[in-house]
Write a protein that binds this ligand. Structure first.
Ligand SMILES: Nc1nc2c(ncn2[C@@H]2O[C@H](COP(=O)(O)OP(=O)(O)OP(=O)(O)O)[C@@H](O)[C@H]2O)c(=O)[nH]1
Ligand SMILES: [Mg+2]
Length: 289
């Protein structure tokens, strides 16, 4: 059985950094993993590990921009469309990896997750090749700075989830930036991020955070926005899938927890049959006779 983890999320969420730490974690656990880079704009220096498969071997943003005169955003869309038309390239590259674990580092363009057909097509192709795939969606702890930023993060995660329809884990990355000092009277506000005593409300969202506009808790909210906010609150309340696992890369326990959730979500190793005695050659019992 082959497994693939799509590491997704908005720009700068920490996808490449997490992919590197994930690789290290698996190799320390004596598991073989390969890094796949799907970001045609990624600088070689951004990888802790050399990617085993790299979209830049097929097409790079730099070439598209210089040769076709595209700007950076149009150029990226061109690269993804080019990859979609050349899925056989990816299939061939992936063909060499049996029984392995692929960590697929995705680009950070938000349109890839909300409406572009690139990832759904990729996921379909992986499924057809018998690769069990799950997605990890990272948003960074700065999203907890205020509730509006936070809910835009939640909604982007939900939008990506409905676009992909595969097993899914949301992760709140860069938790090392959140102060751990409960005595800190600013509650972490010095860093612009809430302290740990408040983060429970964010990791397991309390939809009522959105029910009143900021700074207007006591005054009557604009009825039209109030109705919209209530509808969003209801949606999030009815949708038990949107909660976040905290990820602090300075703690190996934290990484371990995220990896075990990924394994569980993908049912990693469940198909490996335990070796029953009757599966063994007769020769194996010689010493017992
Ligand atoms: N403090 C802290 N910084 C981090 C962490 N993870 C990543 N960063 C920093 O955040 C920035 C972006 O990290 P990347 O891993 O490149 O993020 P990315 O999601 O791959 O970015 P794009 O590919 O450009 O979308 C870098 O400056 C990292 O050093 C983390 O766990 N803690
Ligand atoms: Mg990256």
């Amino acid at each position: 059985m082959r497994y693939a983890v799509l590491v997704t999320g908005p720009a700068g969420a920490g996808k490449s950094t997490f992919s590197g730490s994930f690789m290290t974690h698996l190799s320390l656990s004596r598991r073989t993993a390969h890094l796949v880079n799907l970001d045609p704009a990624a600088a070689a220096a951004s990888f802790e590990y050399e990617p085993a498969i790299d979209i830049k071997d097929l097409i790079s943003l730099e070439d598209v921009m210089s040769e076709l005169d595209y700007g950076p955003n149009g150029g990226l869309v061109y690269c993804f469309e080019y990859l979609l038309q050349n899925m056989d390239w990816l299939e061939e590259e992936l063909g060499g990896f049996d029984d392995d674990y692929l960590i697929i580092d995705c680009p950070g363009q938000i349109e890839l997750y909300t409406h572009h057909p690139f990832l759904p097509t990729l996921v379909k192709n992986l499924g057809r090749m018998g690769i069990r795939t799950c997605a990890v969606y990272l948003i960074e702890s700065q999203f907890m700075e205020d509730k509006y930023k936070f809910f835009s993060g939640v909604l982007s995660a939900m939008s990506a989830m409905v676009n992909l329809e595969i097993p899914w884990i949301n992760v709140m990355s860069k938790m090392d930036l959140v102060t751990s000092n409960p005595e800190d009277p600013s509650g972490g506000a010095r860093n612009g991020i809430r302290g740990r005593r408040n983060i429970g409300r964010y990791l397991d969202p309390d939809p009522m955070l959105l029910a009143f506009p900021q700074g207007h808790e006591r005054s009557a909210p604009n009825p039209r926005f109030h109705a919209l906010n209530q509808a969003i609150v209801q949606l999030i309340e009815d949708h038990p899938l949107v909660s976040f696992l905290p990820l602090d890369l300075t703690s190996s326990d934290s990484l371990e927890t995220v990896v075990s959730h990924i394994d569980y979500t993908m049912q990693y190793g469940e198909d490996e049959e335990p070796k029953e005695p009757h599966d063994l050659d007769d020769g194996d019992f010689q010493d017992l006779e």
